[in-house]
Design a protein around this ligand. Structure first.
Ligand code: BT5
Length: 253
């Protein structure tokens, strides 16, 4: 499933008709010691999660929703790259099938400024060691009424036809697998390349932004790039602040 024929060691895909959240389901399996490579796809999520207790809402079959269990061998300090790496992989996959997709730092994928996909990466500790659950929700609905917020879009609405979700999943897993393998094998040089490639595909870079931080702190400035740790560089008041994704409540461009 990737350039060298192996997506993840032991890749296995399970499909469930309905569950609360595929992230919750895969996290549970991770805690029980499940090895890397499990992918769970849900036709319908009844309690889809976003960041910071926000919700990800999609009617049955209106989205491709799945979670991937990874056990990265790289140092935990590098794990903040995972949501960016995964979002970038989604963007690349969509561009390869003709969509003008861009990433919004840190974890959204946009088409024409509207959110088509969201990502939620959660760390899980287990006796088998730490794991990362990479959750991806990608809207495919043919009906605008099915989208929960006006600033959302779907692949079908953008392309005028429902995509083949199975083919899409295969493409997404292949691209994600390649990026993951390159990141794990490549050390600091791979992260520097990733930072450059992510920034080039990032709709946030180059824009005036307002970053809401916890405790009602707000940063107004211009996003100038992404550093080697995946932090957004914001130029403001004659200085540059590196903002970590984990510290951000909202980014408005
Ligand atoms: C996200 O959070 O965008 C993360 C979404 C991750 C969903 C996947 S689906 C598989 C896996 N299992 C889960 O339970 N979750 C993951 P955040 O950046 O916090 O954005 C949440 C906000 O996006 C909400 O407050 C809404 O404004 C908006 N939103 C909710 N549903 C949406 C949708 N279907 N399309 C576009 N925007 C949506």
């Amino acid at each position: 499933l990737s350039a060298d024929g192996a997506l993840l060691p032991g890749l296995r895909v399970e499909v469930v008709e309905e569950t609360g959240s595929t992230n919750a389901l895969v996290a549970e399996r991770a805690r029980a010691g499940e090895p890397e490579g499990l992918v769970v796809v849900a036709e319908h999520q009844t309690a889809g999660r976003g960041r910071l207790d926000r919700r990800w809402e999609t009617p049955p079959r209106a989205a491709l929703t799945f979670s991937v269990l990874l056990r990265p061998s790289v140092a935990p300090a590098s794990w903040p790259w995972l949501p960016l790496l995964a979002g970038h992989a989604v963007g690349k996959t969509l561009r390869a099938v003709g969509h003008d997709a861009a990433v919004k730092w840190p974890n959204d994928v946009l088409i024409d400024g509207r959110k088509v996909a969201g990502l939620l990466v959660e760390r899980v500790d287990s006796p088998a060691g730490p794991a990362a659950v990479v959750g991806i929700g990608l809207n495919v609905s043919t009906s605008r009424q099915e989208l929960p917020v006006p600033e959302a879009t779907s692949l079908a609405l953008e392309a005028g036809g429902a995509p083949d979700r199975t083919a899409l999943l295969v493409d997404l897993l292949a691209t994600l697998g390649e990026s993951y393998a390159a990141w794990q094998a490549g050390g600091a040089a791979a992260e520097a390349r990733l930072a450059e490639s992510y920034a080039a595909a990032c709709d946030t870079v180059g824009r005036e932004v307002r970053v809401d931080l916890p405790a009602a702190q707000t940063l107004h400035g211009r996003a100038t790039g992404v550093d080697s740790r995946g932090r957004l560089l914001v130029e403001h008041d004659g200085t540059t602040t590196a903002v970590a994704a984990g510290d951000v409540v909202h980014v408005r461009a």
